[in-house]
Design a protein around this ligand. Structure first.
Ligand SMILES: *Cc1c(COP(=O)(O)O)cnc(C)c1O
Length: 421
């Protein structure tokens, strides 16, 4: 459920008419609903209310400072995957002891930054990383909490580009080798082993892979305890999917996911961390765009929008689907047309969706891409020197620009022509 609904034939975000935002800020523009974000976070809180837990929002899904501040104020921790994301979380007011640091390629500088600034735990993805972190922490006179990310070798049954828990993926340490790696960790200075970490992929629409992975984590936890390690925390990752098509059968709810956690690891007495990103912010955002041209091609009609693959990359990158709806609601019974919806970028991949059924559209009409809050703005670029897409946050009847569209002058001023040229 989200807070983007038609009122008197016009699409609103909470109590704000989206056409008003399009007119005030221009298009393309992302719009997020604070109420939807809050609601989704609350669902995870409720799903884990049986456990001592921390929900570490996956910053990479949507890292705008205003979104992070809102999440942090609700009590969320953060899962970061770079020094930049760590800085964002801190700038949004999230204390270091609520931030976990994941990622396969953490640099020494990034790790030092997080040690100095405060960190809840590092999720270690390889032995070389563990050695470097140990040397760094010891050199700084610190002892840092770590969990080792294990790769449980389960099929997450999701898109191959966002599956992370199979043995052929680059993530984590093979679970079969985990006891050896924990034994090594226990001998290293500057590290304090606190838990086990796992994350098997994104946009999961089936709970079964979770059940398999978490059962393996539970077995490992018992084995590690019998080896003498103190395992007090389990980081179970993110990945719970969202419905991208309104006609589709819905993916499992956070409450059902929480039950799987309880059934698989609930008896271990561990503090539970989860790292949802998409499920919190995905349906809390839309991308607004204006029709530039309606072009009649051979056997098909194109809707050429002012949004493009550089603003919303998911369709070009993963073949992902987003429902596209008009801001002016189509009247029941009105004639529908099928359009191939494309952007202006010079790539055939700049196609959002084919055969989209919409009322008859004209240049100047406005549309919304639904479910665009996650992996939308964060993946945007300025390809074709199209200004980085702006973002707006709505709460109740108010809205604010939370990232402004740069001017062309600002874009050009970031380049330098060397004086010897
Ligand atoms: C991407 C990622 C997440 C979030 O995944 P979602 O599908 O957005 O929930 C969580 N943890 C790690 C380690 C990730 O890489």
């Amino acid at each position: 459920m989200d807070h983007f609904n038609y009122r008197d034939g016009r699409l609103f975000a909470e109590d704000v008419d989206l056409t008003r935002i399009a007119e005030a800020v221009g298009t393309p523009v992302y719009v997020y609903s604070a109420a939807t974000l809050t609601r989704h976070f609350g669902q995870f809180q409720k799903a884990l209310d049986w456990a001592d837990h921390l929900i570490c929002y996956a910053v990479k899904a949507n890292s705008n400072l205003a979104v992070l501040k809102l999440m942090g104020d609700l009590g969320a921790g953060m899962d970061v995957v770079s020094g930049g994301e760590y800085a964002r979380a801190r700038a949004a007011g999230v204390p270091g002891d609520r931030i976990v640091f994941s990622g396969v390629g953490k640099t020494a500088d990034e790790m030092a930054q997080a040690i100095a600034g405060g960190i809840r735990q590092f999720n270690i993805e390889s032995e070389p990383e563990m050695e470097i972190l140990s040397a760094l922490a010891a050199g700084m006179g610190a002892t840092v909490p770590i969990a080792v990310r294990v790769n449980p070798d389960v099929d997450a049954k999701t898109h191959e580009k966002i599956a992370t828990g199979k043995s052929e993926n680059k993530f984590g340490i093979p679970i079969a080798r985990a006891r050896e790696v924990y034994a090594r960790a226990a001998t290293l200075p500057g590290l304090s082993v606190v838990g086990v970490d796992v994350h098997i992929g994104s946009q999961l629409t089936d709970l079964d892979p979770y059940r398999q992975a978490y059962a393996k984590v539970a077995d490992l936890t018992r084995a590690l305890r019998s080896d003498g390690h103190s395992i007090t925390r389990l980081d179970l990752g993110g990945g719970l999917g969202i419905p991208y098509r309104r006609d589709n059968s819905a993916p499992p709810l956070p409450l059902e996911y929480g039950q799987v956690i309880r059934e698989t690891v609930g008896d271990l007495g561990c503090q539970i961390e989860i790292e949802p990103g998409r499920n919190i912010v995905g349906n809390a955002g839309v991308l607004l765009s204006q029709v530039i041209y309606v072009k009649h091609g051979e056997g098909r009609d194109f809707l050429i929008l002012d949004a493009a693959m550089n603003d919303l990359l998911r369709p070009a990158m993963y073949g992902a689907h987003h429902d596209i709806v008009p801001l002016r609601e189509s009247v029941p019974g009105a004639e529908v047309h099928a359009y191939d919806v494309v952007g202006p970028v010079c790539e055939t991949g700049d196609t959002f969706s084919k055969g989209v059924e919409l009322p008859e559209m004209q240049a100047g009409d406005l549309v919304a891409f639904r479910s665009a809050g996650a992996y939308g703005a964060v993946m945007a670029s300025e390809y074709n020197t199209r200004p980085l897409v702006p973002e707006v946050l709505v709460r109740g009847d108010q809205f604010a620009v939370i990232r402004a569209r740069p001017t062309i002058d600002q874009i050009l001023s970031r380049d330098t022509i060397p004086e010897w040229l």
